[in-house]
Design a protein around this ligand. Structure first.
Ligand code: SAH
Length: 345
């Protein structure tokens, strides 16, 4: 399998150029080409002999866009082809303030949440930092963006995969996309969502990668959470809240909790009360969404009317919360609907 040059930062590209007998300034040209989302053949400022030499072992990008599906609400779902034939999905959402891309961090996922499509095949493999970066770079380019004039303003690590189950590559991706010579997207504009693999929280703090942290909570008690999220057996609800508080204390950043409402499972008034008790005492925000449909899973989303009611209970108890619009459902691009595909060699 060919490797992706997008895995490499400028220093490493310089080393590569020297190894291949090229002048170091070629590394800067390469870096600019890669971060503009280009493939090697599109980097016309490079000597063709150099491009040929590189092409034997490398592609510039870790993914290429295989297909784009456009939803009636304007959301776009991208099928990205990886160099080994796997296909992952990403989603672009257009808002008034800019464009947000939702990227995958793994092919498949081993967390096996009872409501999610991403874990149906288990974990196939981790994505490299360059593959995650190329999801952003290729979409930025496809929207007419460049390195200087970005079309993508926000990133959410909420596609397939558990980001903290691939910590090193995710951390390197954050540094690459934040690099001031690269796309230079600030950590504030990046949200990382975890199902609660809490070892990652300490590591983010240690590495000073102060992104917006989102926890997929989905239940206010261990009894309910154990049933729908296997990770709760290792890191229970109380531990999730403690980790959230710790991250708030270290960063001063408000914590977001995702709460997908499942009919008859976590959508009652007592659930709202327990949830309110759980998140009181520090700046937390709850995103409510009705569970999206996944055909292999047996759970059903709460009706729009009952979601509103649940929000009402929380608001009465002084909890900050919003109902998230579900986007891209007609193209299976909504939360929990992203899954792995594969093309044979
Ligand atoms: N593994 C990380 C990143 C995935 S983010 C995490 O769990 O946070 C995707 C979000 O969509 C998570 O909050 C996930 O719990 C939620 N989700 C999964 N399946 C869903 C579904 N069918 N309907 C609504 N949300 C779902």
């Amino acid at each position: 399998m060919k490797k992706a040059l997008s895995d490499l930062n400028l220093e490493k590209l310089k080393e590569l150029c020297v190894t291949l007998g090229e002048k170091p300034f070629r590394a800067t040209q390469l870096y600019e080409g890669i971060n503009s989302g280009k493939e090697l053949t599109e980097m016309t400022n490079l000597p063709s002999t150099f491009v040929e030499k590189l092409s034997n072992e490398y592609t510039a990008q870790g993914v290429s866009i295989l297909k784009t599906l456009v939803s009636s609400d304007g959301t776009r779902k991208y099928l990205f082809l990886l160099n080994d034939g796997n296909i992952i999905e990403g989603v672009l959402m257009k808002y008034k303030y800019g464009n947000t891309i939702c990227v995958s961090t793994q092919v498949g996922c081993r967390m096996n949440c009872a409501f999610c499509a991403s874990g149906l095949d288990g974990l196939v493999r981790n994505l490299t930092s360059g593959e995650i970066l190329s999801e952003v770079l290729t979409v930025n380019k496809s929207l007419g963006g460049t390195l200087k004039k970005r079309e993508i303003t926000n990133i959410v690590l909420m596609g397939s995969g558990e980001p903290f189950d691939n910590y090193d590559n995710v951390a390197e991706f954050l540094r690459l996309v934040n690099n001031e010579k690269g796309l230079n997207i600030s950590y504030r504009n990046i949200s990382l969502s975890t199902c609660g693999l809490l070892t990652g929280v300490d590591r983010l703090i240690e590495d000073k990668l102060f992104v917006t942290l989102t926890f997929s909570l989905h239940a206010p008690t261990d009894e309910i959470r154990n049933d729908i999220m296997p990770i709760n057996k290792a890191f229970n609800t109380k531990m999730v809240i403690e980790a959230a508080k710790k991250y708030f204390n270290a960063t001063g950043r408000r914590i977001v909790f995702e709460y997908s409402l499942i009919q008859g499972v976590n959508d009652s008034e007592p659930c709202a009360k327990r949830l309110a008790e759980l998140v009181k005492g520090f700046p937390a925000h709850i995103n409510l969404i009705a569970l999206n449909y996944v055909k292999e899973r047996s759970l059903t989303g709460t009706s729009a009317e009952k979601v509103k009611k649940f929000q009402g209970y929380l608001e009465k108890l002084g909890v900050s919360c919003t109902i998230r619009r579900t986007m891209g459902e007609d193209i299976s691009g909504a939360c929990g609907q992203l899954r792995r595909k594969y093309i044979g060699k």
